[in-house]
Design a protein around this ligand. Structure first.
Ligand code: SF4
Ligand code: SF4
Length: 439
């Protein structure tokens, strides 16, 4: 393993904007371009914008170090055109040797890495393949910052930038110790979870509803949003899946708007929710290929929130089929199809998507509120893709901020470090640290 890979592995650097794939495991040969994803296409999320505003030099440095270590030609810092303008950055502008700005159109979901690679480089990742198959690796802007901190200063990942937004009195971006309880964050900011509202970890469309009593800041948490249960994106998440499937079998009129507007279908991916519904419920034909296409659905929710006029929620059907394929270990060999015409005219602008998802009323200035302190943190041993980290401390041990709490497990894994000076407690799936001001 190269020195850079080992440094990122032991510093606990993982994807800060997605599934938490360890950054060291993305360092592959044959990559010519590193894409730094600061597009943040989901409504209400703003932490990547603030990060670029406040820490652009470090983000660019991380991108350069990562790019140099894998002998790539360079890196592109990708932002929405509107945000690039707000930050005074021009498309193509050089930030650092080999690191350039790429401004991409403002539509949903421009931050989906398959879509972003096409917008930034005009390349299409074959269905079911990784970005490395077209010579690209995609990292989040915060991951890039963490890479710079790890490689230049030996600093481990102990804090997370995230948006606090939705139906809160003062939406903001904060830095919080990893493992901070969501309720503690809300209390520190003077916010409360309102009745008939839910808490989302992530964006309104692709984020997950979490229990406010147990939710904690993870290395992958891009935001905590409080949203009303009856807003369209939340109603979709709360709906009974069996009821959704029954509705799809009876209410789908086969207009095919969902397939026509699917952003992956518009690139030529074999993702066609209307045909999958027709096949799943034998509405006229059996088409196993249409079912298999669900394996490369991104579950972006666009077809449910911005295309279907019958309340069918096709993304839920695709998610169910995708889950069944994964459960059965099906890895269908999928081919790229001819892309439909008029892609540019079928894309859904972010502002329209925010309106349709019910997020527009909560759009508000989201200033940076600085770092927050926590009295107790809970660090999950598995908050990344791969095998869990292995505790390296015992209950009752005194630990210092930045100290190693857990070593990487076998294979793809990463380390965990304490964000606080305090006393450790090891439980089945976590290491807790209670702050001790005297230390
Ligand atoms: S959720 Fe719908 S729009 Fe999004 S990729 Fe899947 S089928 Fe396409
Ligand atoms: S948009 Fe809705 S009604 Fe039309 S085909 Fe898709 S799921 Fe059926």
């Amino acid at each position: 393993m190269s020195a850079e890979k080992e440094a990122l592995r032991t510093a606990g650097v993982v994807g800060a904007g997605g599934a938490g794939f360890p950054a060291w495991a993305k360092m592959a040969e044959g990559i010519d371009t590193v894409i730094v994803n600061a597009v943040e296409c989901e409504p209400l999320l703003r932490k990547d914008f603030r990060l670029v505003e406040l820490r652009m030099a470090d983000i660019a440095l991380g991108a350069k170090l990562f790019s140099d270590s894998i002998e790539a030609k360079g890196a592109l810092l990708c932002l929405k055109e509107e945000n690039a303008k707000l930050l005074g950055l021009a498309d193509g502008e050089k930030i650092l040797d080999g690191v350039f700005v790429k401004a991409v159109p403002d539509f949903y979901p421009a931050g989906d890495e398959i879509i972003l690679i096409h917008e930034a480089l005009g390349r299409i990742v074959p269905p079911g393949k990784l970005p490395s198959s077209v010579g690209v690796v995609v990292i989040n802007s915060e991951t890039s910052l963490n890479i710079a901190m790890a490689l230049c200063h030996g600093l481990p990942v102990t804090e997370k930038w995230l948006t606090i937004g939705g139906a809160v009195s003062k939406p903001c971006v904060v830095r919080a110790p990893i493992g901070t309880k969501a309720l503690d964050l809300f209390a520190l900011l003077g916010e409360k979870i309102k009745p008939n509202h839910v808490l989302i970890d992530g964006g309104p469309a692709m984020g997950a509803i979490v229990d406010p009593q147990t939710a904690i800041v993870k290395k992958t948490t891009s935001g905590f949003l409080m949203l009303p249960e009856d807003s369209p994106s939340i109603a979709l998440k709360l709906a009974d899946p069996n009821r959704l499937l029954r509705r799809a079998s009876s209410a789908c009129c086969q207009c095919s708007f969902c397939s026509d507007q699917c952003p992956r279908k518009l690139l030529g991916y074999p993702v066609e929710p209307s045909k999958a519904i027709r096949s799943a419920f034998t509405l006229g034909e059996s088409n196993p290929g249409a079912l298999m296409g669900a394996a490369v659905c991104s579950e972006c929710g666009l077809c449910s929130l911005a295309a279907c006029c019958q309340g069918v929620m096709p993304s839920a059907v695709m998610g169910t089929i995708k889950g069944a394929l994964a459960k059965n270990g099906a890895r269908p060999g999928l081919e790229l199809l001819e892309a439909p015409p008029f892609r540019d005219f079928r894309r859904i602008p972010s502002s329209r998507f925010a309106r349709l998802a019910g997020a527009a009323p909560y759009k508000a200035p989201t200033p940076y509120q600085g770092p927050l302190q926590a009295k107790e943190v809970r660090l999950l041993l598995k908050q990344h893709t791969g095998s869990p980290s292995v505790p390296a401390v015992n209950s009752g041990d005194s630990v210092k901020a930045g100290q190693l709490l857990a070593t990487p497990g076998d294979g793809i894994s990463t380390a965990l470090h304490s964000p606080l000076n305090g006393i450790a407690k090891v439980t089945g799936d976590s290491v807790w640290v209670t702050a001790c001001p005297a230390m």
